[in-house]
Write a protein that binds this ligand. Structure first.
Ligand code: NAP
Length: 254
């Protein structure tokens, strides 16, 4: 089916999108639903901010709680297969190394890294029932670069969690290939979402500064990340696994 100018080859199926209530996750839910998939939007908070879409069902669970994710999938899927998982749930806390507590470290690593591992593990019995399942993890430009421009101080715990998620993606590709399951990541740069707005609040010159450093001259839109996620899930990416795709408007070249 064609969405905009992108040809997405999906032969139907069901997708689980974590963090599906907001930002990149919400855009991904929209695009996959428009592409003919049945979508489960899973989030830690009840759905309230996003208008109801007919092909979308909502689940409330914390991605760090494997049993809660299993319960949600059991309730919504029963014995039916799950074809796709998008791990987009994530948190970002602005703090420099000297002010990061053990609790800060554990919370960010837990949600951004352990959460993606446990959610995928919980989904595995359903993914194995699919003929061509795929996982996409949402990492970050900060997985491979210290981005001092955007953050007054480097965010060591966030960067480390996303670097870990890149290696988790590679491990998933290696481990799950035996079941025909592909695993890839997208690494977004500066994307206009509630998370980005919260992080950049109080840094008045930031949007202009950042835009000036980005070859594309602007922040990205969540829909521009969603389209890459959809491609990596689709049959068009049937021989792509263990790959990471930067979506940063070219920032990493500067
Ligand atoms: P966002 O708008 O804040 O969305 C994140 C979503 O994850 C929210 O709906 C949040 O729910 C949910 N969430 C947080 N903790 C959760 C948990 N424990 N269990 C289940 N859901 C949870 O942020 P976004 O910018 O779209 O970020 C999406 C992903 O992209 C994140 O992994 C982020 O690190 C990554 N990313 C974003 C950017 C950017 O510039 N925006 C750049 C690089 C990477 P609540 O709102 O209820 O807490």
């Amino acid at each position: 089916m064609t969405v905009g100018h992108l040809h997405l080859a999906f032969a139907g199926g069901t997708a689980l999108v974590t963090g599906g209530r907001s930002g990149i996750g919400a855009s991904t839910v929209d695009l996959l639903a428009e592409s003919g998939l049945s979508v489960i939007a899973l989030d830690v908070s009840p759905e309230d901010a996003v208008a109801h879409r007919p092909a979308v069902r909502h689940a409330v669970a914390d991605v760090t709680d494997e049993a809660a994710v299993t319960t949600a999938l059991t309730d919504l899927l029963g014995e039916s297969p799950l074809d796709y998982v998008v791990n987009s749930a994530g948190i970002h806390r602005q703090a420099g190394l000297e002010s990061l507590s053990a609790a800060d470290w554990r919370q960010v690593l837990d949600v951004n890294l352990v959460g993606a591992a446990l959610t995928t593990k919980a989904a595995l019995p359903w993914l194995r029932r699919s003929a061509g399942a795929a996982v996409v993890n949402v990492t970050s430009l900060e997985a491979s670069r210290v981005v001092a421009l955007i953050n007054p101080e480097p965010v060591a715990h966030y960067a480390a969690s996303k670097a870990g998620l890149e290696m988790l993606t590679a491990s998933m590709a290696r481990d799950l290939g035996r079941y025909g399951i592909r695993a890839n990541s997208v690494a977004p740069g500066f994307i206009q979402t509630p998370m980005a707005r919260a992080n950049h609040a109080g840094v008045a010159a930031l949007p202009e500064q950042a835009a000036a450093r980005v070859p594309m001259g602007r922040y990205g839109d969540p829909a521009e990340v969603a389209s890459a996620i959809a491609f990596l899930l689709s049959e068009g990416a049937s021989y792509i696994t263990g790959a990471s795709l930067l979506i940063d408007g070219g920032f990493s070249t500067t």
